[in-house]
Design a binder for this molecule. Structure first.
Ligand code: AMP
Length: 510
């Protein structure tokens, strides 16, 4: 096998992180696939992790989603596995040599698709197994033999127990989104799976955030790992502009309509905290004329994949989703993420924000903060180590009075759904603040809080990501909010709005 790294040391990759893929001397079939995917420069996690994985070292990587970590672990392990590739049809010539474990089906599917792309010019076989799907086709694929197996832990254990998957020749194991695997309660499953693997192996653990449990897991299963951290763990991407708006529950849908229009957003994820809220909000927005679909854990696998497809194809403009359902989805070019509800878990804010601004595209994360969210926002501040400043939304006057229309149409208020959805009703906070949480503030906590910064600028952007955002929609296919749609009525803005207040201080007094 070509020695990929020759003189490429970790130190060098740190010093010159904008290395081109061509400098890696990837084997031709991998290099061709990478070039076809349009990758030129390595992202920071790739520049740091690829040389280390090529050396066969264990890695503990703190990288948020959207940083290119799939290629960071896949390419070097595929390169090292090329020596095993075989055109033989005998299953014995295709044992599982690399195992990639992920917490959700969607994420597993996505990583498997990326690996299929990277290996398309090689003889290496890959497969994905996850729950919610018939075991039979997965079993057939496993019995044929695969070198790279991507799986969620529960389904993998089913296949191990059914003797469909034999893992005694595994050389690489990747635990991706390890923090979420622990959140979901996969620790016992993970421990069982790891007990089936040879002791002599390379283990790569990636996590957006590093809790003490993750460190413990790494301590027990990794050998002398190299720690790699990009953009700091518990950080949001520098390419994401983030705003927090003070909005009462009853005004959130109106705020959503207005921001979609004002900011010319083409497509967006809208995060909510509950499955019930997710379904209800999607229905309300659909009734209001926005092309919307819902993605939550109660949907069948088929419905979830269909919802994703319709968003990817641009058939729908808004994907209303819960955290578990949307975890790790790589949908390119999501221009904006709305936190319709502030997440209960501050770390989920980092994950949600990671849906936008992926691989260098500029992103927008817009969060709706109601009074009862004070503690949750404070948790986010603590995690990001920065002060969050609230902005008020001035609702435009010329929106149709939807409440009146609703009464005319069917004799009752159309938007009572919002009252159920929001679960917490509250009056618009009179002392809302208007200030701007500028791009970069979160990733650069050393900037003085409260200072106004220029909007996303070329300098502020991560130089590794220079791919411009390409909207999926054409002018002919405008998002539904650009057409005339029915919107919920805004309450007029309070006259008491104060010019500037810092959230932390505001909450202290509240
Ligand atoms: P990931 O963090 O692995 O989910 O990757 C996020 C997105 O970035 C995926 O769509 C990748 O195809 C893309 N990507 C990964 N590495 C690069 C790169 N070096 N240049 C451009 N895009 C990349």
């Amino acid at each position: 096998m070509t020695d990929l790294i020759s003189e490429l040391t970790l130190e060098r990759s740190r010093a010159e992180p904008a290395l081109a893929f061509s400098q890696l001397q990837l084997a031709e079939p991998l290099a061709r696939a990478v070039a076809e995917m349009g990758y030129e420069s390595m992202t920071p996690i790739q520049a740091q992790a690829i040389p280390v994985v090529l050396q066969g070292r264990d890695v503990m990587g703190a990288a948020q989603t959207g940083t290119g970590k799939t290629a960071a672990f896949s390419l070097p392990l595929l390169q090292r596995m090329l020596r095993h590739q075989s055109s033989s049809t005998s299953p014995a010539r295709h044992p599982v040599r690399a195992l990639v474990l992920l917490p959700t089906r969607e994420l597993a599917d996505q990583v498997a698709q990326a690996i299929k792309e990277y290996t398309k010019y090689t003889e290496l076989r890959s497969a994905v197994v996850f729950g919610g799907m018939d075991m039979k086709p997965q079993t057939l694929e496993l019995k044929r033999g695969v070198e790279v197996l991507v799986a969620t832990p529960g389904r993998l254990l089913d296949h191990i127990e059914a003797k469909n998957a034999v893992l005694n020749q595994v050389e690489y194991v990747v635990l991706d989104e390890a923090d979420r695997m622990l959140d979901i309660g996969f620790l016992p499953d993970l421990q069982r799976i790891l007990s089936f693997l040879p002791k002599q192996r390379t283990t790569l653990l990636f996590s957006a955030t590093f809790s003490s449990e993750i460190k413990r897991l790494a301590g027990s299963y990794l050998q002398d790992p190299v720690t790699i951290e990009v953009a700091g763990s518990n950080a949001t991407a520098t390419t994401v502009e983030q705003h927090f708006y003070s909005v009462g529950d009853e005004d959130k849908r109106h705020a959503l309509h207005q921001l979609l229009n004002q900011r010319g957003i083409k497509q967006a994820f809208v995060f909510v905290n509950s499955k019930l809220g997710c379904a209800r909000l999607a229905r309300s927005l659909e009734r209001e004329g926005l092309k919307t679909t819902a993605l939550h854990g109660d949907k069948s696998q088929d419905e979830r994949l269909k919802a994703l497809e319709s968003f990817k194809s641009g058939e729908v403009d808004l994907l209303v989703c819960t955290d578990v359902a949307a975890r790790g989805l790589d949908i390119k070019d999501v221009p904006a993420v709305f936190n319709f509800d502030i997440p209960f878990n501050a770390e989920d804010y980092v994950h949600r924000t990671g849906r936008t601004g992926r691989a260098g595209a500029l992103g927008l994360a817009l969060s709706f903060v109601s009074r009862s969210d004070a503690r949750l926002v404070a948790d986010i501040e603590k995690l990001l180590k920065t002060k969050i400043e609230l902005e008020a939304i001035e609702f435009a006057e010329d929106v149709p009075d939807i409440r009146r229309q609703g009464r005319i149409n069917d004799g009752r208020r159309m938007y009572q759904a919002s009252e159920q959805e929001g679960s917490r009703r509250e009056a618009r906070r009179p002392g809302s603040v208007r200030d701007v949480a500028r791009e970069g503030q979160f990733a650069r906590p050393e900037r003085p809080a409260g200072r106004h910064h220029a909007p996303v600028s070329a300098q502020a952007r991560d130089p590794f990501f220079d791919k411009p955002y390409e909207a999926t929609l054409t002018d002919q296919a405008k998002p539904s909010w650009e057409a005339s749609v029915t919107r919920p009525t805004a309450r007029s803005i309070s006259a008491n709005i104060k010019p500037k207040r810092v959230v932390a201080a505001l909450f202290k007094s509240g």
